[in-house]
Design a binder for this molecule. Structure first.
Ligand SMILES: Cc1ncc(COP(=O)(O)O)c(C=O)c1O
Length: 368
């Protein structure tokens, strides 16, 4: 059997949740599990987080998958409903929705009953989803007048560059959000305000407010340039691993792989690893990208193929066929691999394909 697998440590995800919990004081935590829990598996990740106050998904389909698996915590659809015909299912499944657009308010106005929790999204500078802060008062007024909408409406926004806090834009976004939420809510204020993603949780305590929304940090990676999850006390949840399935001597000057983009600088031994872009390993990873083999990092040699990649094990190496290879995980941060592939760790985690075998590990299951 092909040895390629993604090992998902449910203990690591619980550790990361507890680490973030300790960092955010009284703020509640919305665990962002959209995109199949950033490629880790929606249902197993949600089941590992019974303490999450609420889950965030990107679509009705993801929310229903959670409900069908018996997850009864609160669930927010981050982009709200795409069409009014989703509303009956949203009511039936007791889901919460972001409202970011007039068309969504109109759909809610057309209903004469219901009890839906709405999160009004304000666009404070991302210029993606949301009402401009100056439109908040009017939007809230309309939502409050809807028979189908539960009081109070909550407010949220999203940072454009919380990973660059020194640049000042995130601070301005936060201030704009706070000013307009204050202005537009009754004297009791908006009960739940939320703006912080992983980067803001780690760098901007002022932004924690009543509820934080970590995604990447839950999975043990850092959103901050030049940092890894370990720098924040987080543990990588996914280990993507395979095995050496061939080793061959390559002479100085000979090339390896498609395009002959890598040539041996000396006589060496090249290891073939059973993983390629068909498994989600990034095709753009450059020669020299580190790969973990037997306790050390060896460089990738040549282009990634669909089903395999090659590493330069070195002339004096003792590695053998069958030895374990880690592409990313606690031994080798996904952030480091992402840098070598001109991408971000988010895409690596989300990109592992379904032909990779997923193995879920936790102390509880190992004990059984
Ligand atoms: C609205 C919203 N909140 C929170 C998050 C979580 O972001 P991160 O993974 O950077 O913590 C995302 C992710 O894209 C998002 O779209």
């Amino acid at each position: 059997m092909r040895a390629t697998k993604a090992c998902i440590s449910l203990d690591a995800i619980r550790h990361n949740f507890a680490t973030l919990r300790a960092q955010v004081g009284d703020a509640r935590i919305m665990a962002v599990v959209k995109a199949d829990a950033y490629g880790h598996g929606l249902v197993p990740v949600a089941r590992a987080l019974p303490q999450a106050d609420i889950f965030a998904v990107a679509s009705l389909e993801e929310a229903v998958e959670l409900r069908q698996a018996g997850i009864d915590q609160r669930i927010l659809m981050l982009e709200g409903f795409f069409h009014a015909d989703e509303l009956p299912e949203i009511f039936a499944q007791e889901l919460e929705v972001v409202v970011h657009h007039d068309a969504q308010i109109e759909a809610l106005e057309a209903l004469d009953s219901g009890n839906i929790q709405v999160w009004l999204k304000l666009d404070t500078g991302m210029n993606r989803l949301g009402f401009r802060p100056s439109e908040a008062i009017e939007a809230l007024k309309r939502l409050r007048a809807c028979q189908a909408v539960r009081e109070p409406v909550f407010c949220m926004s999203h940072f454009a560059n919380a990973d660059e806090p020194d640049e000042g834009f995130a601070g301005a976004q936060l201030q704009d959000f706070l000013d307009h939420v204050e202005e537009s809510t009754p004297p009791s204020g908006c009960r739940w305000r939320s703006i912080a993603n992983s980067a803001a949780i780690l760098t901007q305590p002022d932004a924690h407010l009543e509820l934080v929304r970590p995604g990447l940090a839950l999975y043990g990676c850092s959103p901050l340039p030049g940092k890894t999850g370990t720098d924040h006390g987080l543990i990588p949840v996914m280990t993507l691993e395979s095995k050496l399935f061939a080793i061959k001597p390559v002479n100085k000057g000979e090339s390896v792989g498609y395009g002959r983009s890598w040539q041996a600088q000396e006589d060496t031994r090249v290891g073939l690893v059973a993983i390629g872009y068909g498994d989600g390993y990034p095709r753009h990873a450059r020669s020299g990208t580190p790969v973990w083999v037997n306790g050390r990092r060896v460089p990738l040699a040549g282009r990634i193929s669909m089903d395999m990649l090659a590493v330069d094990l070195g002339p004096d190496s003792n590695d053998r066929i069958g030895d374990r290879v880690v592409l990313w995980g606690p031994e080798l941060p996904a952030e480091t691999v992402a840098e070598h592939a001109d991408t971000i760790s988010y895409t690596l985690l989300c990109g592992v394909t379904r032909r990779v075998y997923f193995e879920y590990r936790s102390r509880e299951t190992e004990a059984n």
